[in-house]
Design a binder for this molecule. Sequence first.
Ligand code: SF4
Length: 321
Amino acid sequence: MTALLQLSGVSKTFRVGAAGRQTDLRAVRDVSLDVHPGETLAVVGESGCGKTTLGRVMLRLTPPSAGTLRFDGVDITNIDAKARRELARDMQIVFQDPYSALNPRMKVADIIAEPLVNLGMSRAQVRERVARVMETVRLPIAFADRYPHAFSGGQRQRIGIARALAVEPRLIVCDEAVSALDVSVQAQILTLLKQIRADTGVALVFISHNLGVVRFLAHRVAVMYLGSVVEVADSEALFTAPRHPYTAALLDAIPEPDLSMRGKRRVIEGDIPSPLDPPPGCAFHRRCPLAGDICRKEPPPLEAKAAGHEAACHFAETELP
Ligand code: SF4
C-alpha cells in the first residue's frame, strides 16, 4: 500500500543553552516511518523520548533538521508558510490538554468553525459542517453557543476532535489526546476515535506515553527511546512477542489485576539518559538486562526481525528474560 505520510531519515536538533555555551539537543534521530491511509499508528515512549517533537515534525509545524517527508507522494520537507497552511487541510492535530487547547473566549461553534473560515468557506457551508462534526463526536448541537468552561474534560476533547475533523483531513496526529482524562472517559474517547477512523477512513498517529491505552486502537506501534524508533510492528505482534527489551519492560509496566504476576515483571532500572549526553553504542544499554560488550560500542540498526516487525537490538533474537 502506498504510504500517505512517509518519513525517511528524519532528525530534529535544537540549539539549547545560554548564549556562548549552546549545545545540540537531538530530540529526534534518523526516524523512518510510514503512515498508511486509514491506519492508526501509535507512537509510544517515556516522557522526553521525542515523540511529541516527531508529531510536530510530521505535521510540519516545525521543520526537520535532516531527512525527508512526503505526503501523498509530494515532498513536504521544505515548504513555505503558504504551502504549510494548505497542508493543514489534510493534516490536523488534537492536543493533550483539553483545558488549555480551546480559546476560552470563543463559543464552541466558532472554535470548530475557525479552520473552515480560514479556508474561505461560506457561512452556510460552515454552519452545515459544524453541525455535522458535532453530531460525529456526539455533542448536542445545543452546545454550539456555549463556552469551553461549561464542559467536562471529555466534552472539551470532543470539541477538539470536532475542530480537527471539520476540514475533513486525511491524517490527524493525536498528541497524548487522552492522557489528561479519567480512565472511563479515556475509554469513551478511544472508542470515538476508532469509530471516526472506521467511518471516515482518516489515518491517525496516536502519540502516548502509555502502551496500555494504544492496544485498543492501533494497527501498528512504533516505540521510541531517546529520539530513535527502537521497535515497530503490528500491534498484535508487538504486544504478544516484543523483540526489544525496552518494549518488553514497557509492556510489563502496564497495570493488570493478576496478582500472580507480582514480582515477575521486568522493571526498567535507572532514569532515561539526557538527550544532551546520550550513551555511546545502544542508547538503552545502561538500563538493559541483556546488554553485552557490543551494546556499549555499536548502535544497533533498526532492522527486520520478522515480516513487518523491526527492532534495533543486537540480541533481538535472544529470548527476553
Ligand atoms: Fe539491550 Fe544491547 Fe539490545 Fe540495546 S542492543 S536493547 S543494550 S541487548
